[in-house]
Structures are given as structure tokens and as C-alpha cells.
Design a protein around this ligand. Structure first.
Ligand code: NAD
Ligand code: MG
Length: 377
């Protein structure tokens, strides 16, 4: 299998490189700015294409590689070129943010398999991505652990027989905290996730529960179920990765230790199951599994995501763009924890929602919302 990775230096990208075997040929690697790690990965896997988002890192990378047979590109537009022209069977999209949208579309148009970790792409354009995938014969295989669990629980069953999807959530670092306890929390506290080691953006999203909100929208399009048929349940042990309830009342789930290597491995090899040496689950060691209703009053981002899904059209794109900017501002210690949901609400109220949207509408909305949110603070 020829594999190319968007975001190979990040949390998912690195875990992907750690789980592949000798039958996987790495043909392309890309990152935003960590050219030293990208070069290290190049030395080990010898891909024919390297891409770096930050153009100032281009010459340094070119000098280090020093091989004219390797294509080296830089900048945002070239990422689309990478997806459109690099030689691969599977594109793993482990880039963060809606910047993953345009390259993903290129992979879809080539009828490739997309191992999709980049949930923001499905949030902003999921309905159309799934239509394009059907049109071009591309496969969108989820990497997100919950969606992989749902996908695995759906094997051998007709999607039309789904009654409900039950998405599990860890609850994040602030589970069971009250609003007053969260007013002054900072990024350092929000970055301490109890179960998962992930990139900064998704870790903050987990603390606000926006991650679950984005996942509700992701599930809506991946599995073609309406928002009303998606329920979120907090399950702090993170052992049941999600469940599908069928029309006969039967519920199927996928379980495992919280380790992203497993869903990554499944997405690469589906429909086959290949052996791994990953640590096995022992239910008797874990003892008890607990479940709670999410607290949407304390964590309004989840409610905003459900609302955006119901509003439809470009509303999820508005939600996502506002969230991306606000999370960065929170990480930079420029705003407080509740400025994130408040800023999202403001953006949802400010912008007209385009119902029959095109790709241009989504791209223009993304730019306009980012500008508005950055200015209004
Ligand atoms: P991360 O921040 O650790 O890594 C992001 C990667 O994307 C890095 O390699 C970075 O260099 C690259 N990147 C960012 N902007 C870029 C640009 N403009 N051009 C080229 N490369 C760019 O993030 P992550 O935690 O690995 O998450 C990646 C995606 O996977 C996100 O959409 C996230 O929601 C999703 N996801 C992550 C996890 C997890 O456990 N980390 C689980 C489920 C889903
Ligand atoms: Mg997830």
C-alpha cells in the first residue's frame, strides 16, 4: 500500500508511522513547520514528496534533503497540489482544521481511500464530501475513534436500519466541574486530558466539549443519520468507543483501550483485520464502566454544535471557523474559557446561513467568520 500523510509530524501522523508495517510504502509526508522532524521522517521512510506549510522552511528542507528526485513544496496552495499529484493509494488526513478541506476534495476526485482524522473537513462540507465520494468511488474511512467504532459496529448491517448512534465522550479534563469553577481556567489546565494524548487544538475542544459537537456533525454525514438520532453519553473510562442502536432494539459497540493506533490501523487495512501487538483490553482489570448525560449548560459548545447542525447549510462552517480562531486565542492566553462558546454564539447570530451552499460559499464563510471573530475581541 502506498500511503501519503497530511500532517505527519502531529499526534495522529506520528502514531500512524508507528503502526505501519513493511508492506506500507510512504510516498508523501507533509507538515506545517516542524521541518526537522519532517526531515527525520524523510530519512527513515524515503518518500518522494515532502510538503511544508510554512514557506520560510522550504530552503532549509531542500538543503537538508539534497536530492532532486524528491519533490519539495511549500505553502497552502501546494498542499492541494500534493493531494492532487502525489502517488498514493491511501491519503491519511491528520492535518488540523478546515485547511484540510481542499486537499481532501482532490483525493476524493481521484477516487482514493481517505483515512480521515481531519474531522473539521466533514463538519464544514460533509454532505458534499460524501456525495463526491459516491460520485468518484472514493472511500472515506474514519480514523476518529468514535466513528471508527460506529463504522466497525455497522459492518454487515444496512445503514438504513440504524435507529440511533450513541457517541461516547470522555468528558475531558473538566468533567463534573461547575461553571463557576471554570470561569478562570487557563490553557495549561485545559491541556491536561485524562485519557488521550493529542494535539493542542483537539485537546482544548475536548475540554469545551466542542470536540464531541464536531463529532456529532461528523457522524451525521459519515453515516447519514439526522442530528436527532445522535445521542452523546459521557463515559470517562473511554473503553466503549461508541455504539449503534438498530431498529430492532439491538445495540452494537466496539471496545478497546484508548489508543488511536487501533482505529488508524483499521482505517488503513479495512476490510481486513491484521494482527497488532497493541496492549489488550482486560475488562476485569477495569472493573466498572460509567455513563452520564453531558452537561450542556456548563459546556455550551456541545449545544451550539447541535444547533448549527439543525440550522443546516453553512451554519456548521460558521461554528467551526469561529471555534478554530477562539481556541487559538485561548491557547495564546488572550481570552477566557467561556469566551469560546460566547464567541461562537455571536458568530452564529451574526452571519446569514446559506442553505444551498457551494464550495465557494464555504470557503468565503470560513474567511469572513475568522476575520469577524478576530476583530470582535
Ligand atoms: P496535531 O496538532 O498534533 O497535528 C497536526 C498536524 O497537521 C501537524 O503535523 C501539523 O504540522 C500539520 N499541519 C497543521 N497545519 C498545516 C498546514 N497548514 N499545512 C500542512 N500541515 C499542517 O493534531 P492531531 O491531534 O494529530 O489532530 C489532527 C486531526 O485529527 C484533527 O482534525 C483532530 O481533530 C483529529 N483527531 C485527532 C485525534 C488525536 O488523538 N490526536 C483523535 C481523533 C481525531
Ligand atoms: Mg474522537
Amino acid at each position: 500500500m502506498k500511503l501519503a500523510i497530511l500532517g505527519s509530524t502531529g499526534s495522529i501522523g506520528r502514531q500512524t508511522l508507528s503502526i505501519i508495517d513493511e508492506n506500507t510504502e510512504i510516498t508523501g509526508l507533509s507538515c506545517m513547520s516542524n521541518s526537522a522532524l519532517l526531515y527525520e521522517q524523510y530519512c527513515r521512510y524515503k518518500p518522494r514528496w515532502l510538503h511544508v506549510g510554512d514557506s520560510t522552511k522550504y530552503s532549509e528542507l531542500k538543503t537538508m534533503v539534497n536530492d532532486s528526485a524528491v519533490t519539495i513544496t511549500a505553502g497552502e496552495a501546494a498542499l492541494v497540489d500534493f493531494a492532487a499529484n502525489c502517488d498514493y493509494d491511501v491519503l491519511l488526513t491528520s492535518i488540523v482544521g478546515s485547511i484540510g478541506l481542499l486537499p481532501t476534495i482532490e483525493a476524493v476526485k481521484r477516487g482514493k481511500r481517505i483515512a480521515l482524522a481531519n474531522k473539521e473537513t466533514l463538519v464544514v462540507y460533509g454532505e458534499k464530501i460524501m456525495q463526491l465520494a459516491a460520485q468518484y468511488g472514493a472511500e472515506i474511512i474514519p480514523v476518529d475513534s468514535e466513528h471508527s467504532a460506529i463504522f466497525q459496529s455497522l459492518q454487515g448491517n444496512d445503514y438504513k436500519s440504524i435507529e440511533k448512534i450513541i457517541l461516547t465522550a470522555s468528558g475531558g479534563p473538566f468533567f463534573k466541574r461547575s461553571k463557576s469553577q471554570l470561569l478562570n481556567v487557563n490553557a495549561a489546565a485545559a491541556l491536561k486530558h485524562p485519557k488521550w494524548q493529542m494535539g493542542k487544538k483537539i485537546t482544548i475542544d475536548s475540554a469545551t466539549l466542542m470536540n464531541k459537537g464536531l463529532e456529532v456533525i461528523e457522524a451525521r454525514w459519515l453515516f447519514d443519520v439526522p442530528g436527532q438520532a445522535i445521542e452523546v453519553v459521557v463515559h470517562p473510562e473511554c473503553i466503549i468507543h461508541s455504539l449503534v442502536q438498530y431498529c430492532d432494539g439491538s445495540v452494537m459497540a466496539q471496545l478497546g483501550l484508548p489508543d488511536m493506533q487501533l482505529p488508524i490501523h483499521y482505517a488503513l487495512h479495512y476490510p481486513k483485520r491484521k494482527p497488532t501487538k497493541l496492549k489488550r483490553l482486560s475488562l476485569s482489570e477495569i472493573g466498572a464502566l460509567n455513563f452520564y448525560k453531558p452537561d450542556m449548560a456548563t459546556f455550551p459548545c456541545l449545544a451550539h454544535a447541535f444547533q448549527a447542525l439543525q440550522l443546516g447549510g453553512t451554519a456548521p462552517c460558521i461554528l467551526n471557523a469561529a471555534n478554530e480562531v477562539l481556541v487559538q486565542l485561548f491557547l495564546d492566553q488572550k481570552i477566557s474559557f467561556y469566551d469560546i462558546p460566547n464567541g461562537i454564539e455571536k458568530a452564529l447570530n451574526k452571519f446569514d446561513i446559506v442553505q444551498n451552499y457551494t464550495l465557494d460559499d464555504v470557503v468565503a464563510t470560513d474567511v469572513a467568520v475568522r476575520r469577524f471573530v478576530a476583530k470582535s475581541l
